[in-house]
Design a protein around this ligand. Structure first.
Ligand code: PLP
Length: 418
């Protein structure tokens, strides 16, 4: 079942006409369906139960505290990559004992915040990082649980910018250095070695790179455990892809069953960090047409949402389906759908064929719930858009649109002595 559906050629989110939300919230805005989030939660949660597992939702995908609060209330923890994400997760009611912290550049202040917050575990990405965690934990009189993020050198066959598990990537520890890393950590008095971690990339649409990575990690796990290390957690990261256009990613249960096969004799907890799979198709982006511009060689539909709102097309040449919120009959048009930003990369879609549209009409950009708002910025001094959550026949503005005052609220002008 889809919760973004056309009824009589008009787009609804669950039971609410999208145009009604636009009248109240203004445009552009992100629109999320709680029913879809719930369904995605359920599918992943049930699939993961074939293993002794803990699911830590990847906050970076969609970090609105209303979305986080829902997933935490349903029982999941959080995968975080910054002090800011930890702050959000705590405000959204996370059980800190279900928080894992990845990222190559954790600062001393962030490490201190995480230790004081009693998170479950750091996924450590370098040797200098484990020394710093040991130092901070020692100063605080605590022991910090860690796992090492291992880079298995597997090609995830996704866009290079979201591929993380190749040896040329900055992430994790070269698999050849894994055992010495554990031996080094064993000598640190404020470190509790608890796990092994790996995350090879995002938007994976094939099962084989996962299988390859898990098989490599399992072999390493056995070696590490045979040396007497008590690896209670095996974190396999996120990465399962979604359908943007016509991709056919593996179903979570296919993925879980194939992993289960590889891990059959492992008795610890397996951690998953899904992000895109949960939020991506639970959200759309709504934008309004400002102008139709015919340059003589090309048609441009210029809309009020730009690359500052949704950067995926500009950054990865990502495809998002774009459809008018009200479908009209008449000759179809072909155009590039572009934003108001002063960059040629500012497009939402190229050479799109649409049913007829006019200035003032709304367009829906699909599959925008993950890495949409969370990657947005104020470039060109554009206030960031609103976020709205629909639950059956009600909608809630879960983030107000920013104002011009918000743009300069943190800025000050010194005396220039002119
Ligand atoms: C360490 C880690 N875990 C989980 C994720 C979530 O990945 P996805 O949204 O593809 O599930 C990411 C995304 O890049 C990540 O870097």
């Amino acid at each position: 079942m889809n919760d973004f559906i056309f009824k009589d050629n008009e787009l609804y989110c669950e039971d609410v006409p999208v145009k009604n939300i636009a009248s109240e919230a203004g445009t552009p805005f992100y629109l999320y369906s709680l029913a879809t989030l719930r369904r995605h939660f359920k599918v992943f949660d049930e699939s993961s139960k074939v293993l002794n597992s803990l699911v830590c939702y990847s906050v970076k995908a969609n970090s609105n505290i209303a979305v986080l609060n829902f997933l935490f209330k349903m029982g999941w923890g959080a995968d975080i990559v910054s002090g800011g994400e930890l702050f959000r997760a705590i405000k959204a009611g996370v059980d800190v004992n279900k928080v894992v912290y990845s990222g190559v550049g954790k600062t001393e202040g962030e490490i201190e915040f995480a230790i004081k917050s009693n998170i479950l575990m750091f996924n450590v990405e370098s040797i200098p990082e484990v020394f710093l965690i040991d130092k901070v934990a020692g100063r605080l009189g605590k022991k910090a649980k860690i796992s090492f993020r291992i880079n298995p050198n597997v090609d995830p066959k996704t866009h290079p910018y979201i591929s993380t598990g190749l040896k040329k990537n900055k992430f994790g520890i070269n698999i050849k250095h894994a055992i010495p890393a554990y031996e080094t950590a064993a000598g640190l008095s404020s470190i509790d070695i608890a796990g092994l971690d790996c995350h090879i990339g995002s938007q994976l649409t094939e099962i084989s790179p996962f299988n390859d990575a898990v098989a490599i990690v399992k072999e390493l796990l056995d070696k590490i455990m045979s040396k007497g290390f008590n690896i209670r957690y095996l974190d396999l990261g996120g990465g399962l892809g979604i359908t943007y256009e016509n991709e056919m990613p593996p179903h979570p249960s296919t993925y879980m069953n194939s992993i289960k096969n590889i891990l059959k004799d492992y008795g610890g907890t397996v951690i998953f960090e899904p992000g895109r799979l949960i939020a991506g198709n639970a959200g759309i982006f709504i934008t309004k047409i400002i102008y139709n511009k015919d340059t003589g060689s090309k048609n441009f539909i210029i809309v009020d949402g730009g690359m500052n709102d949704l950067i995926r097309p500009a950054l990865y040449e990502a495809y998002h389906e774009i459809v008018p919120v009200i479908k009209r009959v008449g000759p179809r048009i072909k155009a590039d759908i572009v934003g108001p930003i002063c960059e040629s990369a500012d497009f939402l879609g190229k050479d799109r064929v649409l049913s007829p549209v006019s200035e003032g009409d709304l367009l829906a950009v699909f599959s925008a719930g993950a890495y949409g708002f969370s990657m947005s910025s104020n470039y060109n001094s554009r206030p960031r858009s609103a976020e709205v959550l629909v639950d059956k026949d009600k909608f809630h503005i879960i983030r107000q649109r920013e104002t011009y005052e918000d743009l300069i609220g943190k800025e000050t002008v010194p005396d220039h002595n002119i």
